[in-house]
Design a protein around this ligand. Structure first.
Ligand SMILES: [Zn+2]
Length: 347
C-alpha cells in the first residue's frame, strides 16, 4: 500500500462508515458498526500498519488522514448513539426511567378506628379495667342464648348475621356484638370482674352512609358486690369526660330495652361541639347518643354460674366508628372501610 492507496482507502471507508452508522437500527447494531470501522481490523488500523513502510515525508500526511478518519467516524457514532438512546427511553415510557428521582418514602400510621380503640383502652385501663378479647366466629350460646336471647326472641331478627356451616348441630356465626366476650369472661373468671372488650362485629346490613356489615364495638363489664346504677352512671360520666377531654360534659339516660340488662338505658352525652345550643353533630338536639347500658340481667348471671344474690354487675357499650364520626364530624361510616388514602391520611 502506498500513500495514494492509503488516502483513497480512508476516503472510501469514511463514506461507507458514515452510511453504516446512520443505518444502525439499534444500540447493538451500532456497537458492531463501530467495531468494524474503528476496531483492530478496520481500515484505520490497516493504514497505521502501512505507515511504517512510507517515506519520512509521507508519514505525517498519512497520520493526519487516519486521525481525521477516526474523528469523523467517532463523532458520527456518538450522534447516532444518543438518537437511539432517546428512542429507547421513549419506548419504555416515563415510569421506567431509572435515572429519574423517586417519590419519597411515605410514612404510614394506624387506621383511625385503631387509634380510637387504643385511646379508649387507655381510658379504661386508667379506670382499673383489663382488656378482654374473644373470637369473632361465635356459637349460638355465647352470642345469643347466654345473653338471655333464646331462639325466636325478637332481638335476634334485629341482629341477623352471617352464619357459618361447620357441620355442627348448633349454629355458628360471625358475632353480632362484643357481648359474647362478657359471657366468656364470666365463664372463666371469678368476680370481681372489671373488663372492656373491644373488637370487630358483624351484621347482615347493606353498606350505606349509616350501616356497615362490619363495624367495631367496645363493651365494658363490671361485676362486684353491691354495684348499683349509680356506679354505672358515675363510670360513664368519668369515661365521657376523658373521651371528650371536657369536664363540663353531662350524661343523659333514657329507658331502653336490651335482653341482657335490666333495667336498661340509652346513653347520651351533652354535645361538646355546641354546648347544647344545637349544631349539625347533635342534629340540633344538644345531645349525642353514644350507646346502650344497664345492670346485668340476673338471668345472665345464672347462665354463667354466678350467684345474682351475691353479685351485681353493669355493662355498657358503643360503636367505635360512631365515636370517631362524632369526634371528627365524619358523615359516612363506609369511609372507614373504603381504604381511600385521601380520607385515611387526614387522621
Ligand atoms: Zn351540638
Amino acid at each position: 500500500m502506498n500513500l495514494a492507496d492509503a488516502l483513497a482507502l480512508l476516503e472510501r471507508s469514511a463514506a461507507e462508515a458514515a452510511a453504516a452508522v446512520v443505518g444502525a437500527a439499534s444500540l447493538d447494531d451500532l456497537a458492531s458498526v463501530e467495531r468494524d470501522w474503528l476496531g483492530k481490523r478496520s481500515p484505520a488500523t490497516a493504514v497505521n500498519e502501512a505507515i511504517k513502510t512510507f517515506g519520512p515525508d509521507e508519514r505525517p500526511r498519512a497520520g493526519q488522514a487516519v486521525g481525521a478518519y477516526r474523528a469523523a467516524v467517532t463523532d458520527a457514532v456518538a450522534v447516532r448513539r444518543s438518537e437511539l438512546e432517546a428512542a429507547a427511553a421513549a419506548d419504555r415510557g416515563p415510569g421506567l426511567d431509572l435515572t429519574l428521582g423517586g417519590h419519597g418514602a411515605v410514612r404510614g400510621h394506624l387506621h383511625l378506628v385503631t387509634q380510637i380503640r387504643r385511646e379508649l383502652e387507655d381510658i379504661f385501663v386508667g379506670l382499673g379495667y383489663r382488656i378482654a378479647e374473644g373470637p369473632e366466629v361465635e356459637d349460638d350460646w355465647h352470642n345469643f342464648e347466654a345473653l338471655n336471647i333464646p331462639p325466636a326472641h325478637p332481638a335476634r331478627s334485629m341482629q341477623d348475621t352471617l352464619y357459618i356451616e361447620l357441620g355442627r348441630p348448633e349454629q355458628v356465626m360471625l358475632r353480632t356484638h362484643t357481648s359474647p366476650v362478657q359471657i366468656r369472661t364470666m365463664e372463666t373468671q371469678e368476680p370481681p370482674i372489671y373488663v372492656v372488650a373491644p373488637g370487630r362485629t358483624y351484621r347482615n346490613e347493606t353498606l350505606d352512609a349509616r350501616h356497615s356489615p362490619a363495624f367495631h364495638q367496645m363493651e365494658c363489664l363490671a361485676v362486684d358486690r353491691g354495684l348499683t346504677m349509680a356506679d354505672l352512671f358515675g363510670t360513664i360520666e368519668a369515661f365521657a369526660k376523658r373521651l371528650f377531654d371536657d369536664e363540663s360534659v353531662r350524661t343523659r339516660f333514657r329507658s331502653d330495652f336490651f335482653p341482657y340488662t335490666e333495667p336498661s338505658a340509652e346513653l347520651a352525652v351533652s354535645c361538646v361541639f355546641c354546648h347544647q345550643r344545637g349544631c349539625r353533630v347533635c342534629s340540633h338536639t344538644g345531645w349525642i347518643e353514644l350507646g346502650g347500658c344497664g345492670m346485668v340481667d340476673p338471668n345472665v348471671f345464672v347462665q354463667v354460674g354466678i350467684d345474682p344474690e351475691e353479685w351485681q354487675g353493669f355493662a355498657f357499650g358503643f360503636g367505635l366508628e360512631r365515636i370517631a364520626m362524632i369526634r371528627y364530624g365524619i358523615d359516612e361510616i363506609r369511609t372507614f372501610f373504603d381504604n381511600d388514602q385521601r380520607f385515611l391520611e387526614q387522621y
